[in-house]
Design a binder for this molecule. Structure first.
Ligand SMILES: C[S@@+](CC[C@H](N)C(=O)[O-])C[C@H]1O[C@@H](n2cnc3c(N)ncnc32)[C@H](O)[C@@H]1O
Length: 211
């Protein structure tokens, strides 16, 4: 089964432990480091149905999401209590309501023309959700889609030999490999996760600012 089908199956089987019940604390703490104006548009790649979208909208930003699972996108709009307008754009479906636009489909089928202007990227559980080969393509695609828009990137770091599945460990050396040539990288924080990752594996939460 390819990666995309695995994600669709996870949504179907409700294996969505990655979905947060409260806004991401690093997003709330560090988002202002992007120095945006509040009418700016933020891309949330691989957005799932994250509650972080609600926080970004409340801060006044326009938000564009991209998500493979239509179930996730329907639930995202339901949770926000808004009724989307649904249309076809290329091979994808676009759900829109006010300042929120969400493309349903594979991010690799989204072009910069379809997306329009993006002022910043918020990557939480997106880069780390992908296998290494796909991560190389994803980071290049994201840069091209957004013309190297500044980015708040949240990663996990742990010993990959102890668990080889999503969310993957994305260490500093890898972040640099993907982005160092194109951005100024600032390590905002690296914090040990209390009790370890999934309650057993020593791990850190890491936040990067890419400008
Ligand atoms: C770990 S989840 C994170 C979701 C969200 N960022 C969050 O913080 O809750 C990864 C999401 O990426 C979506 N996804 C995986 N591959 C994708 C692709 N190629 N294009 C679009 N979405 C994808 C999955 O369906 C899943 O909802």
């Amino acid at each position: 089964m390819n990666e995309n089908n695995l994600w669709l199956e996870r949504w179907e089987n409700r294996e969505i432990g990655f979905n947060q019940v409260t806004e991401n604390a690093f997003m709330v703490k560090y988002f202002n480091h992007l120095n945006l104006r509040n009418e700016n548009r933020v891309l949330v790649p691989l957005c799932g149905k994250t509650i972080d979208v609600s926080w970004l909208l409340a801060e006044g930003y326009g938000v564009t999401g991209i998500e493979l699972s239509e179930t996730a996108v329907i639930e995202l709009f339901d949770d926000l209590g808004v009724v989307p307008n649904v249309s076809e754009v290329g091979e994808l479906t676009l759900y829109r309501a006010d300042k929120l636009h969400v493309f349903v489909g594979d991010i690799f089928k989204v072009s910069s023309e379809m997306l329009g202007s993006i002022d910043a990227i918020y990557d939480r559980a997106a880069l780390v959700a992908l296998t290494i080969g796909v991560r190389v393509e994803y980071t290049a695609h994201l840069r091209e889609l957004t013309n190297n828009a500044p980015q708040l990137l949240l990663c996990f770091e742990y010993d990959q030999s102890l668990m080889n599945r999503t969310p993957y460990s994305v260490e500093e050396s890898e972040v640099k490999k993907h982005y160092e040539e194109h951005y100024e990288l600032e390590l905002l924080t690296r914090e040990e996760i209390t009790g370890g990752f999934k309650g057993k594996l020593p791990a850190c939460d890491v936040a990067w600012l890419l400008k």
